[in-house]
Unconditional design. Structure first.
Length: 353
């Protein structure tokens, strides 16, 4: 049967290998990046090279995971909304049974709420196995909303999606509570490697991180973010692995830390909103299947383990590109000179080469 769509040709290359360890996986792997920004490949490659030279590579710690969907109900008045909110909190076990009746792989793990006037915003949080979980969360929330409307007096339907989730928007709530996988990556780079590979010092990177990522973002009014370009690596990785690319909006939230430790560089990227999955829509494409298999995410494991593996590899990829860019920006002219050289060269390379 002929496919109803074609696949857009975005140039993709594998870079690395990078070394990653931590509470999810210990591995060395190349990573795929699909992007039109061709200097991203060697930049991430430089960070990957450094990960291979550091004793433990990039240590990636998965600290939380949850997919969210918020619903809106209208109450007679604020007091009714308040009573309904605490009724929902008290019936969490009952609500978990409602979710289990709809899906083998979706689990309700938390409920939060906000009241504005007579409106009640309810944010459901789910575990969704190896799926990113957008549709699973919506299906479960639809069932929960119907159950609440039938069993709690004084409330009526508002919307199945209330923007308190928050999906594909940069918001404080996602930065605080997380949406998707929350991963912290850390790398300790020896002084000699900083000098020989990055052509800079730990002190200069740490100073630039404070002035650019922290103060610059503060002045710009950034929301729960202090990083240089998380979105670049995430988009390339998401496109190569069949993810919903629009989730780089909340995915780009996160914090970069850099410290001079007696000449060695401690470098860390915290990403609270990594939304990735290894099953679901987009994963049936042949190139995506091949990429996930090469990343080791097509192996039979406990439910959720392949998605966790993919998330920490994505987070490690982000650190590689973030470190390389910040190092380049400590040296006058390096960033633009490199972009001009690499983009002129890659303009001669055809898609598929």
């Amino acid at each position: 049967m002929t496919s109803p769509y074609t696949v857009a040709a975005v140039p993709m290359r594998w870079v690395g290998p990078l070394r990653v360890s931590g509470n999810v996986v210990t591995t060395e792997t190349h990573v795929p990046l699909a992007t039109y920004e061709s200097p991203l490949w060697p930049s991430v490659g430089r960070g990957a090279k450094i990960s291979m030279l550091a004793e433990h590579g990039i240590v990636a710690t998965l600290v939380d995971e949850r997919m969210t969907r918020s619903v809106l109900v209208e109450a007679r008045d604020a007091q009714t909304a308040y009573t309904a909110a605490w009724s929902i909190e008290a019936r969490i076990d009952e609500l978990r049974d409602v979710v289990r009746a709809r899906s083998r792989f979706t689990e309700l793990i938390g409920v939060r709420h906000e009241i504005v006037a007579n409106l009640l915003f309810v944010r459901f949080e789910f575990a969704t196995g190896d799926a990113a979980g957008h549709n699973m969360a919506t299906l479960a929330s639809d069932a929960l909303l119907g159950h609440l409307l039938e069993t709690i007096p004084g409330i009526s339907y508002g919307s199945i999606s209330a923007n308190y989730c928050t999906d594909k928007k940069a918001t404080a709530i996602n930065g605080i509570l997380g949406r998707g996988k929350n991963v912290v990556t850390e790398l300790l780079v020896p002084r000699a490697v900083v000098a020989d590979v990055l052509h800079t010092t730990a002190a200069r990177i740490a100073e630039l991180n404070i002035r650019k990522n922290l103060l610059g973002t503060l002045l710009a009014g950034g929301i729960r973010s202090a990083n240089a370009h998380f979105a670049n690596m995430l988009l390339g990785f998401y496109l190569a692995t069949g993810q919903d690319a629009a989730n780089i909006v909340e995915g780009s939230q996160g914090v970069t830390m850099a410290e001079d430790r007696h000449g060695d560089l401690y470098f860390s990227c915290t990403l609270p909103n990594l939304i990735v999955g290894t099953v679901g829509n987009g994963k049936e494409l042949e190139f995506v299947e091949d990429n996930l298999a090469r990343l080791g995410c097509r192996v039979e494991r406990e439910v959720g383990e392949n998605a966790r593996r993919l998330a920490v590899i994505a987070a490690a990829t982000v650190l590689c590109g973030e470190l390389s860019l910040l190092a380049a920006q400590t040296n006058p002219g390096e960033l633009m000179r490199t972009h001009v050289q690499l983009e002129r060269h890659n303009n001669k390379v055809k898609v598929g080469d």
